[in-house]
Design a protein around this ligand. Structure first.
Ligand code: FES
Length: 171
């Protein structure tokens, strides 16, 4: 008989097509795959952004609309946004992240503007750029109203070039 000639599988029981060695090999591969998937899923869970309500990345309850007079700006540091109420009563949840390079802006009641400490950009009460280098208006977050209470979802910032009246939310 010539060398390297395939031999009938002596290990396989009659009537089967998979040898014991192949079966064990397949089992080890399956266990390895399960272990890999489990480790990957744990790693993805660890790396995924945390979404905790009441903090940045989650839904922040800001209170009832009457708590915020028209023309006011209130900072929510844990949510990293400002709640601005326009003179007509409409609300905007404005991100504190500068649209230039991401520094945190602060509100200055006088002269009534958001100012970035990094490169001098200024924004008005609606987040519009008053002084570059910021290339566009400050981002906003969606506001919903439940039983007269305002909720701000900080999971997804909305980019905008400039303010438009339809961005305001009314109670
Ligand atoms: S990061 Fe705000 S002006 Fe540059």
């Amino acid at each position: 008989m010539a060398k390297n000639t395939p031999q009938p599988n002596q290990d396989a029981p009659a009537g089967t097509t998979v040898s014991r060695r192949d079966f064990l090999s397949l089992g080890a591969g399956a266990l390895g795959l399960i272990g890999f998937l489990q480790t990957s899923s744990m790693a993805l869970e660890f790396l995924a952004p945390r979404r905790v309500d009441g903090e940045f990345g989650g839904v922040v309850t800001v209170g009832s609309a009457e708590s915020f007079p028209p023309g006011s700006v209130t900072e929510f540091p844990d949510g990293r946004f400002f709640l601005a109420r326009a003179s007509d009563g409409g609300f905007l949840a404005i991100s504190r992240r500068c649209t230039h390079l991401g520094c945190a802006v602060s509100w200055h009641a006088t002269p009534g503007q958001f100012a970035c400490p990094c490169h001098g950009s200024h924004f008005d009460l609606r987040g519009n750029v008053e002084n570059p280098p910021a290339p566009r208006a400050l981002d906003t977050y969606p506001i919903t109203v439940r039983d007269g209470v305002l909720l701000v979802d900080t999971a997804q910032a909305r980019q905008r070039d400039s303010f438009a009246p339809e961005q305001l939310v009314y109670v």
